[in-house]
Design a protein around this ligand. Sequence first.
Ligand SMILES: [Zn+2]
Length: 180
Amino acid sequence: MKCPYCGYTDSKVVDSRDTDLSVRRRRQCLACQARFTTYERVQAASLFVIKKDGRREEFSREKLLGGIHKACEKRPLPAGTVERVVDDLEAELFRLGRPEVSSSLIGDMVMERLKGLDQIAYIRFSSVYREFADLSMLKQAVDNLSRAQVKHSSAQLVLIPEIETSPIPRVEAGHKKSRV
Ligand SMILES: [Zn+2]
């Protein structure tokens, strides 16, 4: 198994987990120390994604991971969150048992998960995925999001604490301001 970062062919297994469809292994490259995930599947079934322009391409976990990572960049999410989102999504996709799915279905599934995780990541992902033509479309998406949250806030349990979207004021070391 080649390291996706440096191409080195030897790695060690640092974690192994069984899911109902696969064995997931976290590996660490012996050359560059980068960590990556491999899956061993029961079935060699491949899943094809039908893109908006009608082209088909094989489902790529790495591609999906890359897209979500990008949307979650510098967001205060616990380590491994993106991988868990992708694990979950991938398992659900394979559970559908279809030979092909539309890219819009995958996009919707990602957005559904990001919506509950981080608003900024959600907006970033949707702006790429939905290819917002201008700011008014983006604003509309943001408005829809806040409306949906107002609607659900009383009915749903909050499983993930609200994420701070404003920058945290910096407190300089040794200069704690005391308020009178
Ligand atoms: Zn490597």
